[in-house]
Design a protein around this ligand. Structure first.
Ligand code: MLT
Length: 202
């Protein structure tokens, strides 16, 4: 997968796996990683799927309607990529925290939904429920930060509530930050993600 790897200055800090939104690239979230954990190594990956020229991590049939078969395939592809990248760049595979926005948050949530031990934690900006009706692996003690917009037309509030509930039922410790905005990333949610990261990982 097309990606950027940057070695961090703090070997104690987990690696940040950056996952952009639809139409983004692997450079988009680099400034966020600086705000959330400046000492972390960073692995920023570009989605392998194109929708009208816009990179994404998996196909969708319509807005908010995911192609499940492709989601499962692409989640495995990213999972396998993490395994091989940890060997190539010599980072601790057990210490990877995802930081994703929108479509990137959805593939990060899908890693949590499909693979035990895929992530040590996750920052999900404006995620949806990636799949319904499946048994989740144990997410015991995995901290998850969700930022959501009260007026997000793409991720309605119930979607956030459902995701929160499903993650908690699997054992995750979830913190939800509500913003009075829509689908956009806000400075205050990024600041809150930074505090959450400090509290949980540093
Ligand atoms: C998705 O397709 O993953 C969600 O609708 C968010 C987005 O617009 O990328």
């Amino acid at each position: 997968m097309k990606h950027i790897f940057q070695k961090g200055s703090n070997p104690e800090a987990p690696l940040l796996l950056l996952l952009h939104g639809t139409g983004g690239t692997e450079t988009d979230l680099l400034p966020l990683s600086e705000m959330v954990s400046p000492g972390s190594s960073v692995l920023s990956v570009r989605g392998n799927v194109l929708e009208n020229g816009m990179p994404r991590y998996f196909r969708r049939l319509a807005e908010g309607v995911f192609d499940e078969e492709d989601l499962i395939f692409r989640t495995k592809e990213l999972y396998d990529f993490l395994e091989s990248a940890s060997g190539k760049y010599d980072f601790d595979r057990d210490r990877v925290v995802a930081l994703g926005y929108s479509n990137g948050a959805n593939i990060a949530a899908s890693l949590l939904f499909h693979y035990e031990g895929a992530l040590q934690g996750a920052i999900l900006h404006h995620p949806m429920v990636p799949r319904r009706g499946i048994a989740l692996p144990s997410l015991s003690d995995i901290p998850v930060f969700i930022a959501a917009g009260k007026n997000d037309p793409i991720c309605p509030a119930e979607e956030t509530d459902d995701l929160n509930q499903l993650l908690q039922q699997a054992g995750a410790t979830v913190e939800v930050q509500w913003e009075n905005y829509g689908h956009q990333l806000t400075r205050s949610e990024v600041d809150a993600a930074g505090s959450w990261f400090q509290k949980n990982f540093l």
